[in-house]
Each structure stands twice: as C-alpha cells, then as structure tokens.
Ligand binder design. Structure first.
Ligand SMILES: Nc1ncnc2c1ncn2[C@@H]1O[C@H](COP(=O)(O)OP(=O)(O)OP(=O)(O)O)[C@@H](O)[C@H]1O
Ligand SMILES: Nc1ccn([C@@H]2O[C@H](COP(=O)(O)O)[C@@H](O)[C@H]2O)c(=O)n1
Length: 418
C-alpha cells in the first residue's frame, strides 16, 4: 500500500470502521463522507480526544506480529487515561479486506504526550494514524489522516466526515478468516510457516515434519474415532479407557513430535499459531493412516478443535457473531483425512470448573479465558457443533467416567465397522 500518496477518501470512503466497544459484542460502526453530516449517536456522547491507529503493511507476517504487540506498546507508552478499543476497517462483503488496529479515547491531562507517541508510530510504513475532531455543533465529527511526521501534520485536504453505517450481519473478522485463522489446505498453512522462517527459525523444524502425501482419500481398515471438548471435559480419561476397551492405538493433535515447539507458537499471533496447529493435524493424519491399518485409532482433539477455537477467538460477542451455520468456514479441508466418528464431550460449566479445580493443574491462556468469559466458551462449543465433514455427535460428559465410556462404545458400534 503506497501510504504517503493515499487519498483518504478515495481509499477509505467505502470502508466501514467498526469499533469493538466491549467483549459482549457491542460494535460502533461508521463510514466516511465528503459532506459534513451528523455522526452516529454513540459518537455524540464521546467527550475525549479520539484517534485511530490501523495496521496496514504489505507483509502479512510482520503486520500480524506488529498488531499482536501493538496493544502492549500503546499501553506502555500512552498515558493511563487513554482507553483502547479494538477497531476493524473493512469493505462490506469483500473477502480479505479487513485491517485491524485500535481506537483511542484520550482523557489524559497530557494531550501532547499522546500526540507525540502517535506521531512517532505514524512514521512507520505499516501504520495509519487518524485523529477525530468534534465540530462546533457537537453532532459532527471529522477524521483527519496524519501525514506521519512527528509534528503531527494533518493534511486538511484529507478531512472527511464520520457518518453512521449499516451494521454488518456478522462480525467483520469473518471476512478475513480463511487462510488467516483457519487453513483449508496443507499448502496454505505451510506457506505461513515458510514466510515465518526468518523470524521464527523453529518453523523450519515443523515444516520438515509435515509430509507431502495426500492421505485424505485413503480409507483406513479400522475405525478412527476423535474425542473433542473443552478443557477438563474428560477427553484424556475417556481416550485412555477407549484404548483399553478396544485395544486401540491412541494419538493426539498436536502430535507428540511437535511438543518442543508448541510453546513458541503459542506466543505468536493467530496467523502463525493457527497455521502451526493446522499442520499438527496433517502430521497426526499421517499417523492415523498408518496406525488404522492395524487397529482402531482413538484421537484426542483434531480438526474440530483447530477450527472451533480459531473461529471463536477471531470474533467477539455472542454466538450470533459466529459465521452462520452452513458457512463454508465450517467445512472440512479436502486434503485432510476424515475420521469415522467425532464425539464432542459437553459439560455443565460448574461441573467443569469443579473438575478443573480438583485437578489443580495450570490452564493455557485460552482456557483461562474460557473460565472468565462465558461467551467465549459458548462460541467455542457452538463452533464445534457447526463444523461439518463429519459433524460431531454430542455426548453429555456429566455422568460417571464408566457411564460415559459405555455410551461412547455404543456410538462406536452404531457408527463404525469394528
Ligand atoms: N466422567 C467423569 N466424572 C467425574 N470426573 C471425571 C470424569 N471424567 C474425567 N474426570 C476427571 O476430571 C478431570 C479432567 O479430566 P481429563 O483430564 O480427562 O479432561 P481433559 O478433557 O482431557 O482435559 P484437558 O483437555 O485439559 O487435557 C480429571 O481429574 C478426571 O479424573
Ligand atoms: N487439534 C488442536 C488441538 C489444540 N488446539 C489449540 O490448543 C488449545 C487446547 O489444547 P490442550 O492441549 O490444552 O487441550 C486450544 O487453545 C486450541 O487453540 C488446536 O488449535 N488444535
């Protein structure tokens, strides 16, 4: 993107800016126009000085990492009275048009510090900084694009006005999910790690473990049963019991061979982290293909987990902000081996919490988020239910471990040739 020569209106007038006002899914949407007009109602209540910082570099790996670190950078550098809200800017219905950043409300005593920090940021080719000014009548807001100099020069010819915009049907992140949050073929996930090799050397080691053969059409002799569910729903307990009861081989995704690098990729932004987990599924699929020629195979997490956590994290708010049921975003990757049966263990949140506490183990960041954020947990479970090819069969994991085992053994009898 040729940042300096960009005409603000030419480039942005058809864009919607969507500010995430809270984690419950309240979005403030606005667009831009040349003619002075009344701003959306919520805007009129804003008292503070406002800015937006959008990350729009050409290199997707660098941009993803820059955005990943941007919140901390802004929180460290800006006065504490600056409120930061995630903002997305997108072209309605246009895939991959989303760019992300933060909207800032500065209620500090020190406006010059905020302007200095944003001015310095604006020098980067990856960032667009704008300020928002309230008109003398109070109902009109304008947006000015910063030229990027530390003097915070504003080019007034680039002033445009904030106007209400229609609400999107789904969360704007849905536009950019394919091959950014969810990968529908091995080659796309590999591409991300190939592009990351210079900054994350561990990517090479992962790529070396990923096979090249397409085992998806191979139909295993023995059944392959995947057990899915949130943390502490009883996957480990059930998979171990199934292994014993069926004389099965037990696999997991991500596979053991990726353990040395998992923590490294867990610290990376979704683009890189999700590509890592996607490739984990392909490595597990190769193992499934081999093992299932000799015995039944039980798998602890697989594609349903990868897609559901990725989709549920990329959006905020209630279940209705997920892509709709039947959306191609819930499809199965055509080059990934399909299991014979996927069982989703569900558990009452209180019982799940009790089991987590009884286990007394640490949780992943995402699992801690689940504890704090009921909406996120609901989104993950609903996403699990929407994934297709095969769809999961839901089993209540509340009864005793033995009862759950007996129920799943019955399902296996019904669905698979043993
Ligand atoms: N049906 C059950 N009834 C009561 N307790 C159970 C049942 N199944 C598992 N547990 C207990 O709940 C805790 C969590 O179970 P488990 O480790 O199998 O869950 P998990 O889904 O594998 O978790 P994670 O994804 O974090 O590995 C353990 O302490 C386990 O003994
Ligand atoms: N196939 C998978 C498996 C896991 N994940 C991600 O890992 C987290 C849960 O893993 P646990 O080892 O704690 O069970 C979860 O946050 C998923 O994002 C995945 O993406 N794909």
């Amino acid at each position: 993107m040729a940042k300096r020569s960009m005409s603000l209106l030419g480039q942005w007038s058809s864009r919607v800016f969507s500010i995430d006002l809270d984690k419950r899914g309240a979005l403030l949407n606005f667009a831009l126009t040349e003619k002075p007009q009344q701003a959306p109602e919520t805007f009129r209540n804003i008292q503070e000085r406002c800015y937006s910082v959008l990350v729009c570099g050409d290199d997707r790996i660098q941009s993803a990492r820059f955005y990943w670190g941007l919140e901390d950078l802004l929180r460290n550098e800006l006065p504490a009275e600056c409120e930061l809200l995630p903002v997305s800017s997108y072209l309605p219905h246009v895939k991959d048009s989303l760019i992300r950043g933060y909207f800032l409300k500065d209620a500090s005593e020190c406006p010059s510090l905020t302007r200095r920090v944003l001015g310095a940021l604006g020098l980067s080719e990856q960032v667009q900084v704008c300020s928002y000014l309230r008109g003398p009548d109070g109902g009109r807001w304008s947006q000015q694009l910063w030229s990027g100099s530390e003097n915070q020069n504003m080019d007034v010819s680039k002033t445009c006005y904030v106007v209400p915009s229609e609400e999107a049907n789904y969360h704007p992140s849905v536009l950019n999910m394919e091959n950014s949050d969810v990968f529908y073929c091995r080659a796309e996930a590999c591409k991300v790690l190939q592009e990351s090799c210079d900054i994350i050397p561990e990517s090479r080691a992962v790529l070396e473990l990923v096979g090249k053969t397409d085992a998806s059409r191979h139909s295993p002799d023995f059944p392959v049963v995947v057990i899915e569910g949130l943390d502490a729903t009883g996957k480990t307990t059930l998979t171990e019991s199934l292994r014993e009861a069926l004389g099965a081989r037990l696999l997991r995704s991500p596979p053991q061979c990726l353990s040395p690098w998992r923590a490294v990729f867990d610290r990376e932004p979704p683009l890189i982290r999700r590509a890592f987990y996607a490739l984990g599924n392909y490595i597990t699929a190769e193992q499934m293909g081999k093992e299932a020629s000799q015995a039944p195979v039980i798998v602890d997490r697989y594609w349903h987990s990868t897609a559901s956590y990725a989709i549920a994290t990329a959006v905020s708010g209630p279940v209705s902000s997920l892509p709709p049921e039947g959306s191609p975003l819930f499809r199965w990757p055509p080059d990934l081996l399909q299991p014979s049966l996927v069982v989703l263990l569900t558990l009452d949140p209180q019982e799940r919490k009790r089991r987590l506490e009884a286990r007394g183990q640490g949780q992943t960041d995402e699992e801690q988020e689940l504890d704090h954020n009921l909406l996120f947990r609901l989104r993950v479970e609903e996403a699990y239910r929407r994934v297709r090819g095969p769809a999961c069969v839901v089993v209540d994991a509340g009864p005793s471990a033995d009862k759950v085992l007996q129920q799943v053994l019955l399902l296996i009898k019904e669905h698979c040739r043993l």
